[in-house]
Design a protein around this ligand. Sequence first.
Ligand SMILES: [Zn+2]
Length: 75
Amino acid sequence: MNLELSSYVGLWVGGTLAVMASLGLHWAVVDSVRRRRRKASLYRCEQCGRVYEDERNVPLSACPACGTLNETIQR
Ligand SMILES: [Zn+2]
Protein backbone atom coordinates (compact mmCIF):
# COMPACT_ATOMS: atom_id res chain seq x y z
CA MET A 1 0.00 0.00 0.00
CA ASN A 2 2.72 2.42 1.01
CA LEU A 3 4.80 1.48 -2.01
CA GLU A 4 1.84 2.01 -4.32
CA LEU A 5 1.14 5.42 -2.84
CA SER A 6 4.75 6.58 -3.10
CA SER A 7 5.08 5.35 -6.67
CA TYR A 8 1.81 7.13 -7.53
CA VAL A 9 3.12 10.36 -5.97
CA GLY A 10 6.42 9.85 -7.75
CA LEU A 11 4.64 9.42 -11.08
CA TRP A 12 2.51 12.49 -10.40
CA VAL A 13 5.52 14.63 -9.48
CA GLY A 14 7.53 13.28 -12.40
CA GLY A 15 4.64 13.85 -14.79
CA THR A 16 4.13 17.40 -13.54
CA LEU A 17 7.83 18.13 -13.92
CA ALA A 18 7.81 16.65 -17.42
CA VAL A 19 4.81 18.78 -18.43
CA MET A 20 6.41 21.92 -17.00
CA ALA A 21 9.71 21.14 -18.73
CA SER A 22 8.02 20.59 -22.09
CA LEU A 23 5.97 23.76 -21.65
CA GLY A 24 9.14 25.69 -20.86
CA LEU A 25 10.86 24.23 -23.90
CA HIS A 26 7.82 25.04 -26.03
CA TRP A 27 7.81 28.68 -24.95
CA ALA A 28 11.57 28.96 -25.42
CA VAL A 29 11.14 27.77 -29.03
CA VAL A 30 8.14 30.06 -29.67
CA ASP A 31 10.05 33.01 -28.23
CA SER A 32 13.12 32.40 -30.37
CA VAL A 33 10.96 32.08 -33.52
CA ARG A 34 9.19 35.34 -32.66
CA ARG A 35 12.53 37.07 -32.12
CA ARG A 36 13.84 35.85 -35.46
CA ARG A 37 10.69 37.04 -37.28
CA ARG A 38 10.68 40.49 -35.71
CA LYS A 39 12.73 42.74 -37.89
CA ALA A 40 13.02 46.40 -37.13
CA SER A 41 12.05 48.78 -39.90
CA LEU A 42 14.74 51.08 -41.20
CA TYR A 43 14.21 54.82 -41.66
CA ARG A 44 16.32 57.64 -43.06
CA CYS A 45 15.51 61.12 -41.91
CA GLU A 46 14.84 63.53 -44.78
CA GLN A 47 15.62 66.47 -42.54
CA CYS A 48 18.97 65.54 -40.97
CA GLY A 49 19.95 62.36 -42.83
CA ARG A 50 20.08 60.18 -39.72
CA VAL A 51 19.40 56.47 -40.28
CA TYR A 52 17.53 54.75 -37.46
CA GLU A 53 15.46 51.65 -36.68
CA ASP A 54 11.98 51.26 -35.21
CA GLU A 55 10.81 47.82 -34.06
CA ARG A 56 7.16 48.87 -34.02
CA ASN A 57 7.10 48.55 -37.83
CA VAL A 58 4.94 51.63 -38.27
CA PRO A 59 4.69 53.32 -41.72
CA LEU A 60 5.86 56.64 -40.29
CA SER A 61 8.40 57.00 -37.50
CA ALA A 62 9.70 60.15 -35.84
CA CYS A 63 13.42 60.84 -36.11
CA PRO A 64 15.08 60.50 -32.67
CA ALA A 65 17.34 63.45 -33.46
CA CYS A 66 14.97 66.08 -34.89
CA GLY A 67 11.46 64.59 -34.65
CA THR A 68 10.70 64.65 -38.39
CA LEU A 69 8.34 61.86 -39.53
CA ASN A 70 9.97 59.59 -42.10
CA GLU A 71 8.83 56.64 -44.21
CA THR A 72 10.37 53.15 -44.11
CA ILE A 73 13.24 52.51 -46.52
CA GLN A 74 14.01 49.07 -47.95
CA ARG A 75 17.11 47.25 -46.80
ZN1 LIG B 1 16.19 63.90 -38.27
